[in-house]
Write a protein that binds this ligand. Structure first.
Ligand SMILES: Nc1ncnc2c1ncn2[C@@H]1O[C@H](COP(=O)(O)OP(=O)(O)OP(=O)(O)O)[C@@H](O)[C@H]1O
Ligand SMILES: [Mg+2]
Length: 791
């Protein structure tokens, strides 16, 4: 191309090389915040706009559904700008509003609609909606296109019904969650129940193998797949059926994958099959008009517990580049500039990750100023830690007009840590959302209505049927249900078939026979109209006609009221889904509800502080980040402490956390913590020891040593005004400071305040400080209060 496309001017030369890459394999490796995701997005746009690739020929795999949505929006914006410039010779914003809307909708239809962008799970589910009816597993099980997707709790329900129902075992000994975990592991290792059983020396293992076999059969009987199947079945189907693989291979000429370091073997197999049409790695060289483009960072590989394997990334050039003459240079782009974080934050991240042995050293140059020092704070316990963090957030939000609640993130190692923060946030009325807490779609009432809807499209889904058969209560007791389930088993029919047979219902339904028939008829009515109604209308009808909403109204409690609001929200979600998707039938809506992931709930529109685990924070960025709970056993997690490889993964997780911060990073730890029930003294994380003191405001502790309570010294205050570079690591005792009215101070719990009065003098001085909001004015002894002076 002779001229640079205007939108490519937003990229540096290496990014541009990656974006302009057309055919063949390309690996982009680079550190955090170097614009990998940006390059991937721009490349999709470039393929369509400048290489005239049909959007339907592009498959882009993102890490979350939210990232997928953002990518589509970004591409639509990029194109709308471009088209406005090309056709009208002016920027989009200069057009009248109506024309803007029309242009954007045209752009969406032409360039965005047919793109396949999404997570591995979402994309696989889509492929299976086309082709699952051509698949048969090695036990002869088959599925139809109306399959249900069982989330973890559905899968555990099924396991539990096998353990306690079919096998009559104790669910304490065979805890459904751990049995399900073992099954999932076996599945992902490609083991059939029989193969799995051969490995098991003891009784427990053999029972799990038995449950595993029954679990597969039951899933198929329910016409359902679990999350593992969503990935495994397409791979098996492609291996089984050349012509189906050929179709998808032909269709997806350009395959792009973000966060490639976190792919596992199954996902790798899928990509490989699609790209090479199943030809052996070493002979594949047919790159005519097609590409495989992956981006990643080995230092951010944090999912080995889900079988992700970063050697897959390291082998990319070998695996995909073999048909090329000069694969070393043709297949690799490195990005070396970081656009996200200040220099201090970046240096901090680099210093930490240097301690890992399993890595390839790389360059990451800052492009932004030095920035603020990193603030390290030690609190007495988890409540004091939360008070400090929330105090800082409140103070900064008040102080800086350009900082909003959404600009702050609190990142922790384990979900349990959110509780203390939530309490303090509620107390101080700071809006927040816990990303990856109970998902919207996991709430009871939402799951209930979704179960109705699943029965509408997939009547074999007995797990859903049992969930709603007596919800709301319609007088169908447990004994009746057990009788019906047994009858279904004996007759070898799905439970639904029994329900729609009036004779069977009369025989087995006892006194509930009428209620059962009415219930079945109602479901049949919805089934009859399901194809003709939009998802939102069905949601509405089901909510009302099932009596579910009426039941909540008659309960009249606040809780019931909340549940009703959630159901309204479910209808809104369906409406929004219809707005955003061409193919917005009930089936696709249900699929998207099952696959909504943790990080998707971080909604940009809501102005809230984000709380999330470090795992959920991948790929995101925030102006101000609080990395909390840096204590041995917590972070690094106790399970990793005797395992060098696991410890390196924890360190990568810490690297991910640090590199989420754009402007300011806080790191906190506590002297004692109540976690998992008991209050224990805490030892500072060894990671703290690996951070350079000269970048930090506040004394870093020495790892492995228990801390004394924080000394109420004023020396930290005086050092706060010095530049980080010149500050000596050990601080001499400072002379007492003469406090002045009007001076600003930073209090560890209350945040930034201003001195309004000074009482007494010398050693006997005390001060009154006004803190923002409801904290108000406090009189403090500056010798004891944890105060820092601010410039
Ligand atoms: N050439 C550039 N000029 C200016 N800003 C850029 C450039 N490239 C990327 N950015 C910005 O830098 C930030 C980080 O980019 P991006 O999220 O794409 O990085 P990443 O490498 O994917 O990070 P991570 O490893 O955390 O996923 C974003 O805010 C992005 O808009
Ligand atoms: Mg990224």
């Amino acid at each position: 191309m002779s001229t640079v496309a205007p939108f490519l001017s937003h990229l540096n030369p290496s990014q541009r090389r990656a974006v302009e890459h057309f055919c063949g394999p390309l690996l982009v490796v680079a550190g955090a915040g170097s614009g990998k995701t940006r390059a991937l997005t721009y490349r999709v746009a470039n393929l369509i706009r400048y290489h005239h690739v049909d959007p339907a020929n592009i498959l882009a795999v993102t890490f979350t559904n939210k990232a997928a949505k953002e990518m589509k929006e970004r591409i639509e914006r990029l194109f709308s700008q471009q088209v406005a410039e090309d056709e009208y010779g002016k920027p989009l914003s200069a057009l009248p509003e109506r024309e803007q809307v029309q242009l954007r909708s045209r752009v969406y239809k032409t360039y965005v609609k047919d793109l396949w962008v999404g997570t591995f799970h979402a994309l696989c589910a889509r492929i299976l909606r086309f082709d699952i009816d051509k698949y048969k597993d090695d036990r002869g099980n088959t599925w139809t296109k109306q399959f249900s997707i069982f989330d973890e709790s559905d899968a555990q329900t099924l396991v539990k019904s096998i353990v306690t129902g079919d096998l009559n075992l104790d669910s304490k000994t065979f805890e459904p969650r751990s049995v399900r975990y073992a099954i999932s592991n076996a599945k992902n290792r490609g083991l059939s129940p029989e193969e799995f059983q051969q490995d098991q020396p003891n009784y427990r293992g053999r029972v799990i193998a038995d449950v595993y076999g029954r679990y597969i059969t039951k899933l198929a009987e329910n016409n359902a797949l679990d999350f593992d199947d969503l990935l495994l079945i397409p791979v098996r189907l492609f291996q089984q059926n050349e012509s189906i693989l050929g179709y998808w291979h032909h269709r997806f000429r350009h395959v792009l994958v973000d966060e490639y370091q976190d792919t596992n073997r199954t996902q790798y197999d899928l990509i490989r099959l699609l790209v090479t049409n199943g030809e052996p790695a070493r002979t594949y060289g047919n790159w005519n008009q097609r590409s495989a483009f992956v981006v990643g960072d080995v230092d951010q590989s944090i999912y080995s517990f889900r079988a992700a394997d970063f050697t897959i990334l390291m082998e990319f050039q070998h695996d995909f580049g073999d048909g090329l003459d000069d694969k070393e240079t043709q297949t690799l782009v490195k990005l070396e500039e970081n656009y996200r974080s200040t220099e201090n934050i970046l240096q901090m991240a680099n210093a930490l990750i240097q301690n890992n042995s399993q890595r390839i050293d790389k360059v990451l140059r800052p492009t932004r100023g030095t920035g603020e020092s990193i603030i390290c704070h030690r609190a007495d316990d988890e409540i004091a830690e939360a008070q400090y963090v929330v105090g800082q957030i409140r103070a900064m939000e008040q102080e800086h007009p350009d900082l909003n609640w959404r600009d702050f993130a609190i990142l922790y190692r384990t979900n349990a840590q959110s509780r203390a923060f939530e309490e303090v946030l509620v107390q101080w009325a700071v809006p927040y959302s816990v990303v990856g807490g109970l998902r919207f779609y996991d709430r009871k009432e939402v799951k209930d209505i979704l179960a109705y809807l699943r029965m509408v499209v997939n009547p074999c889904d007995t797990v859903s049927l049992l969930r709603i058969i007596n919800t709301p209560r319609r007088g169908i007791g447990k004994t009746t249900i057990d009788r019906l389930v047994n009858a279904a088993q004996e007759l070898n029919l799905p439970l639904w078939e029994v329900l729609v047979d009036e004779g069977l219902v009369k025989t087995y339904g006892g006194r509930s026979a009428r209620g059962l028939t009415t219930f079945a008829q109602q479901l049949q009515q919805w089934q009859a109209v399901a194809d003709d109604l939009p998802a939102s209308a069905l949601v509405q009808r089901v909510m009302e006609e099932s009596g579910y909403v009426q039941d909540l109204i008659s309960q009249g409690t606040d809780e019931a009221d909340d549940r009703r609001k959630n159901l309204d929200e479910l209808r809104n979600a369906a409406l929004q889904f219809e707005d955003e998707n061409e193919d917005a039938g009930l089936l696709t809506f249900l699929g998207s509800a099952s696959l909504a992931s943790d990080a998707d709930s971080k909604d940009d529109l809501s102005n809230r502080v984000s709380l999330m685990t470090l795992h959920s924070s991948k790929g995101l960025e925030f102006p101000v980040v609080f990395l909390v709970g840096l204590e041995q056993g917590l972070f690094p997690n106790y399970r990793s402490m005797d395992d060098p490889a696991a410890l390196e993964e924890e360190r990568r997780l810490c690297y991910v956390g640090i590199t989420r911060a754009q402007e300011q990073l806080f790191i906190t730890h506590a002297n004692a913590r109540r976690l998992w029930g008991s209050r224990e003294p805490a030892v500072p994380s060894l990671f703290l020891n690996e951070l350079p003191q000269e970048l930090v405001l506040g004394q870093l502790p020495h790892a492995g040593r228990r801390q004394r309570p924080p000394a109420p010294s004023r020396s930290a205050a005086s050092s706060a005004t010095r530049s980080p570079k010149t500050r000596p690591p050990a601080r001499p005792a400072a002379p007492p400071h003469n406090w002045q009215v009007g001076e600003k101070v930073l209090h560890r719990a209350f945040g930034v305040g201003q001195i309004t009065h000074v009482f007494g003098s010398g050693d006997k001085q005390s001060i009154a400080v006004r803190f923002p909001g409801s904290i108000g004015q406090k009189v403090l002894d500056p010798k004891l209060a944890p105060l820092d002076r601010l410039p």
